[in-house]
Structure formats: structure tokens, C-alpha cells
Design a protein around this ligand. Structure first.
Ligand code: DGL
Length: 213
């Protein structure tokens, strides 16, 4: 089995690692676009163009391709499914539905890139699952670049997490694959005050379902 993984940068590595662990027999073809990241502050048309260009080496070569980037999924997944109907794409989207099921306070926080937060797909998810919830969307626009460049301002992350906790969030969604790499820091900050949802924990099940069906 050959699994393709794409992200703008090192977020995809978290997803690729998780797939390697769960499918040790699979070959993972991981492509990224480090030179053009961050995608999260770009226009939709640019994100589509860059994603399509970065995918070229693995199109037609995989059993399925995980778009391991919330931003690229939000901007490009519909286009990709139409343009490449024979490919099996799996996108990553903010885990609003599980968060809505888990929250007791009725307040959830979505940590994501600016593009993801203003996308139509995200708006639709909120309308479907979070209508009766308070959804906090802290400003995380610097996080992906700090993580990609291994130049993390821990205080900035800690302040943002403390702020959403103070506002009552009891579920925090990591809705950018880069944030997997600061999950430990966030968990330390959160303690037992909130649940942290990370899509890399759920991706293997999605791959199994798609390849079975
Ligand atoms: N890893 C990407 C995501 O999941 C975002 C990083 C970027 O802004 O390029 O949204």
C-alpha cells in the first residue's frame, strides 16, 4: 500500500509518522512545500495553485492521498476532487463535531490559521455542529511559522492557552497540523482543565475506512 501525505511543511510529518506507526507495511510518500509556507495567510486561489503544484510528484502514485493540512483542505479539496476524480483524497478539517460532543462548559477553542478560520468549509462545520456553543478563535497566525522554523515563543503560546481557559474553554482543537509539535507544551499548560484534540490521532481510521470502501 502506498499512502501519499501533503502539507505546506512539517505538519505533514506528524501525520506521516502516525500513519507509519499504524501501517508499518505501507510506503509513505510525503511531500511538502516548505519554500511557500505559511499557506495560512494566503488567498484561496494561491493556496489551490501551490497545493496542486506540490502534489504533482505523487499524483497517480498512491492508494490515497492525505491532504494533511487544514488550510489546503479548506481551500483546495473540492477543486482537487473535481480535477483528479480518480484520486482518493482525505482532507483534514477542524474537529468541531467531536469537540461539540465532549464539551461540558459549552465553550470550545479552535486554534487554526487565518485562512482556515475565514473559510466557507469551516463556517459550514460551525453551523452544523456548534450553533449552540461559544467558539473561541484565538490569534495563532504566527504559530505555524514559529514551529516550521523551530523558533517557538513559548510565552505567546502559553498566554493564548491561558486566555481561552480563562474564557471557559474545556476543549481545545488543534486545527493546524503544525500544532502537533507543540501539543506537549499545550497539554502542560492545560493540565486537567481541558481536552486537547489532535487530528493525527484519528487519521489512520479514516485511511482504513476509505481504502475498505
Ligand atoms: N499545516 C497547515 C494546516 O494544517 C498550516 C501551515 C501553513 O500556514 O502553511 O493548516
Amino acid at each position: 500500500m502506498i499512502l501519499g501525505v501533503f502539507d505546506s511543511g512539517v505538519g505533514g510529518k506528524a501525520i506521516a509518522d502516525s500513519l507509519t506507526k499504524d501501517f508499518p507495511e505501507a510506503e509513505i510518500k510525503y511531500v511538502h512545500d516548505h519554500d511557500h509556507m505559511p499557506y495560512g495567510g494566503r488567498e484561496e486561489s494561491e493556496i489551490i495553485q501551490l497545493t496542486e503544484a506540490a502534489l504533482q510528484p505523487i499524483l497517480g502514485a498512491c492508494d490515497c492521498i492525505v491532504i494533511a493540512c487544514n488550510t489546503a483542505t479548506a481551500a483546495a479539496i473540492e477543486y482537487l476532487r473535481k480535477a483528479y476524480p480518480h484520486e482518493k483524497f482525505i482532507g483534514l478539517e477542524p474537529m468541531i463535531k467531536p469537540a461539540a460532543e465532549l464539551t461540558k462548559s459549552g465553550v470550545i477553542a479552535v486554534c487554526a490559521t487565518p485562512y482556515t478560520l475565514q473559510s466557507g468549509r469551516y463556517e459550514a462545520l460551525k453551523n452544523e455542529y456548534a450553533n449552540n456553543l461559544t467558539v473561541l478563535e484565538p490569534d495563532c497566525h504566527e504559530w505555524a511559522t514559529m514551529i516550521e522554523d523551530d523558533d517557538l515563543d513559548e510565552h505567546e503560546v502559553e498566554n493564548i492557552i491561558q486566555d481561552v481557559l480563562a474564557k471557559g474553554a474545556d476543549v481545545i482543537i488543534l486545527a493546524c497540523t503544525h500544532y502537533h509539535w507543540i501539543k506537549e507544551l499545550i497539554l502542560e499548560e492545560v493540565g486537567d482543565k481541558a481536552i486537547v484534540l489532535d487530528p493525527s490521532d484519528a487519521i489512520s481510521r479514516r485511511v482504513s475506512e476509505l481504502l475498505k470502501g
